[in-house]
Each structure stands twice: as C-alpha cells, then as structure tokens.
Design a protein around this ligand. Sequence first.
Ligand code: B12
Length: 142
Amino acid sequence: MAFRLLALLSSLLFAFELASSACNSDIEGPYPISLVVYNSLADVQNLTYTTDIAYRGILLGAMMKIQESADTFKFTITENPDYGPYLVSVNGVAGNDNEQTYWELLAQLQNGTIIRPDVGVGCYIPNPHDKVILKFTKWECV
Ligand code: B12
C-alpha cells in the first residue's frame, strides 16, 4: 500500500516537473537595443544609449528605463486617444506645429536597413539589436 502511494506521488511529481519545465522553456529573456538622439536641425552631437528591453516589450518602456538611469535623457509625451503616446520633446527640444518640426521615429535593423515604423513609441516593438533613432526634423507639406 505504502509502495503504491509512493509510486503515485513520484509520478505526480514527475508530471508536475515536466509541466513546469515546459512552461519555463517558453520564457524568453530580455534583449539589447540602442537608442540614438539625433537633431538634424542643429549642429549638436548625437547621444547614444543602450538598454535591455523585455522580450517583445514596447519602445516606450525602454525609453522610460533609459530616462531613469541616464541623467542626459529626458522626454515628454502627450496621449492621443486614437494612436497612444505622441513624442513631444527630447532633452528639452520640442516639436512645434508652426515650425513644422517633430521627433521622427526611425529604426536601424541589425542588417543595416533603416525603417520608419508606422506606429508611435507606445506601439513599436523593437527587434533585438535595433538601433532606434529619434530624429528631430521637419515635415514637408505636399
Ligand atoms: C499629419 C500627420 C502627422 C504629422 C502631424 C503634425 C501636425 N501637427 O499635423 C507628423 C508629420 C508630425 C506625424 C508624425 C508621426 N506620425 Co503621423 N500622421 C499624420 C496624418 C497624415 C494625418 C493626421 C491628421 O492631421 N489628422 C486630422 C486631425 C484633425 O486629427 P488629429 O487627431 O488632431 O490629428 C493629430 C494626430 O493624428 C497626431 N498624430 C499624427 N501622427 C501621429 C502619430 C502618433 C503615434 C500619435 C500618438 C499621434 C499622431 O497629430 C495630428 C495633429 O495634431 C496621419 C494619417 C491620416 N491620414 O490620418 C498619420 C498617422 C496618424 N501618423 C502615424 C505615425 C506612425 C506617425 C509617426 C510615429 C511616424 C514616425 N515613424 O515618426 C510620427 C509620430 C512620432 C512622434 N513624435 O510620436 C500613423 C499612426 C498609426 C498608429 N496606429 O500609431 C498614421 C495613422 C499614418 C500611418 N502610418 O498609417 N504625423
């Protein structure tokens, strides 16, 4: 009787270990990205930051992490009800509708290709080793 109970307990333990190890194998760790602040309208040096981002985490989270750890990186956003956070200013430099300036979001992928994400900082999910570029620039009216 005691033997059968022991056998039952050990098979239950085995099944539990199997289930938990299967779940653990689904866990993906964070990965590195870098962030470049580039003002194309002024003669100032680019600033580059690196951070780890949660697996498939959003860019805004990585930016908040950098802001917490680096004294030289500050940004502000406004919330748009349709599209989420709009990046208004970086390090005190703010976009201005009258001057048609804004912070453009670009990303250089690991293979060198530069893309212009079709979502903002609250929705963009950087790929591992992305170089995210916040570019202060002007928009053109067509
Ligand atoms: C004009 C425009 C811009 C102008 C806005 C300046 C201005 N004052 O007019 C500029 C060039 C600055 C711009 C920038 C960007 N834009 Co834009 N923009 C548009 C566009 C063509 C029209 C918006 C509009 O005037 N609507 C009419 C007015 C009356 O409504 P509104 O609510 O007041 O409009 C405001 C918002 O749309 C806001 N806005 C514009 N773009 C974006 C992007 C995001 C993420 C947010 C939160 C707000 C926002 O600015 C408008 C004026 O205040 C739309 C596409 C479309 N045809 O609708 C894309 C659109 C809204 N933009 C888009 C994107 C992706 C961007 C960028 C992230 C692109 C980039 N990679 O840099 C950046 C924003 C970066 C940042 N700083 O956060 C996407 C948003 C999709 C999404 N689900 O997130 C759209 C839908 C285009 C697309 N790709 O399909 N944009």
